[in-house]
Design a protein around this ligand. Structure first.
Ligand code: TTP
Ligand code: MG
Length: 405
């Protein structure tokens, strides 16, 4: 039997954070707007298309951006709002799409394969886009193609505020005139290496003997050549809010000491947050679970602004714990779970101090990777019970697992 024709739609909100700011302050509409940190030490989180015309882009030092576009309006950003809009768009897509993946906070893949028996994939996708725009008032673009890679590049070409359908069979032709750095993974260095080989466009790449690419660049050269032919087979991974990273501790003796339970809770939250960062994910939901010796089990969860940071997760975990815990009652098991996971392709930070903190976490995580995960802990977790020990003495079981439904 022949494989069914694949149809993959890729959606991505246009200048997402800026678009949200424009909704909150319509006087920003049509202007050069930059969301980012301080003028002297910050970086650009994102900017409007008007500012992009001057060469401003994400991750650029704010100083450079202001030189390129001195009249730009600088906005510091309101992160809670971005999470709220991200969820709203997710809900609209989830209500309609047979199978979708949330690839980042503003980006989605939808697999429509097999649906062409029931409806025209392009018309359906246009309808979904119209619904998102009508409801949220946010501009969004999409690419529709026979695979994820081509669909994503089509979205890029359609932006801002447009869409592009690459008909099955036209993938190679669509890609041919584009520069090679349209492929994700072709950074500055690779771009120059390819240029040195006389390869500028994807057509140049597709016409280069694959053996030569392998010889010069290695296995990645073969991958690039395949991409240049429009070939890409990766699947759309279904998005489940229930997908989670969690850890649980069953205590050897039941614990009624609130201080100790809290220090355990902090330690466990740090542990799952570390795994979250290793996985390059953000979380939008945290849950705490308590089991008493009679096996009564209670848990409580709350949605939060998307984050990867201990200092944002820990206070929420503590708050949930206090709401949940019946004071003085011995506890048999404590658990922490992070869910509503999404990728963060975010290099630059949302805010100045966030960047510093993210770098700090990266530094801590690097040390953890090198010297073992229990070596570095924040002050709170190093109390009389745990100081000097690799694990708290009460803990007999501690397991970290991923739940991928
Ligand atoms: P993108 O989708 O990469 O960028 P964008 O939506 O601003 O613009 P467009 O898609 O039209 O090209 O990222 C989505 C949001 O993620 C972006 O609005 C801000 C945030 N972000 C960062 O915080 N740091 C970054 O380095 C990048 C690239 C994005
Ligand atoms: Mg976007």
């Amino acid at each position: 039997m022949n494989e069914p024709q694949r149809y993959i739609a890729h959606f991505d909100l246009d200048s997402f954070f800026v678009s949200v700011e424009v909704l909150n302050d319509p006087s920003l509409k049509g202007k050069a707007v930059i969301v980012g940190g301080s003028r002297d030490r910050g970086v650009v989180t994102t900017c409007s298309y008007e500012a992009r015309k001057f060469g401003v882009h994400s991750a650029m030092p704010m100083k450079t951006a202001m030189k390129l576009c001195p009249h730009a309006i600088l906005v510091r950003g309101t992160r809670g709002e971005y999470s709220r809009y991200s969820r709203w768009v997710t809900e609209i897509i989830a209500a309609k799409a047979p199978l979708f993946e949330k690839a980042s906070i503003d980006e989605f893949y939808i697999d429509l394969t097999g649906m062409d028996k029931f409806f025209d994939p392009l018309r359906w996708t246009i309808g979904l886009r119209a619904e998102i725009i009508e409801k949220t008032k946010l501009p969004i673009s999409f690419g529709l193609a026979s695979n994820k890679m081509v669909a994503k590049i089509a979205t890029d070409e359609a932006k801002p505020n447009g869409y592009l359908f690459v008909q099955p069979g036209m993938e190679k032709q669509f890609l041919a005139p584009l520069p090679v750095n349209k492929f994700s993974g072709v950074g500055e260095h690779m771009f120059l290496s390819l240029k040195a080989m006389g390869i500028h466009t994807i057509r140049d790449l597709s016409e280069t003997p694959v053996g030569l690419l392998e010889k010069k660049i290695g296995k990645y050269g073969v991958d690039l050549w395949k991409k240049s032919q429009g070939i890409h087979t990766s699947e759309v991974h279904a998005y489940h809010e229930a997908k989670s990273i969690s850890t649980e501790n069953t205590f050897e003796e039941n614990i009624g000491d609130t201080e100790f339970l809290l220090s355990e809770l902090v330690r466990m939250t740090e542990k799952v947050a570390y795994e979250l960062r290793q996985d390059e994910k953000l979380t939008g939901c945290i849950a705490v679970k308590i089991r008493y010796p009679d096996f009564e089990t209670t848990s409580r969860q709350t949605t939060i602004d998307y984050t990867l940071r201990d200092d944002e997760l820990i206070p929420v975990a503590i708050d949930l714990f206090h709401k949940l815990y019946r004071k003085g009652k011995p506890v048999r098991l404590l658990g922490v779970r992070l869910s509503e996971l999404t990728n963060h392709a975010v290099q630059a930070s949302l805010f100045d101090d966030a960047e510093k903190k993210n770098n700090l976490y990266k530094a801590i995580d690097d040390v953890k990777n090198t010297f073992g995960k229990t070596l570095l802990k924040k002050a709170r977790t190093v109390n009389k019970n745990t100081a000097g020990n690799k694990e708290a003495p009460h803990i007999s079981k501690g397991n970290l697992h991923y739940k991928k439904n």
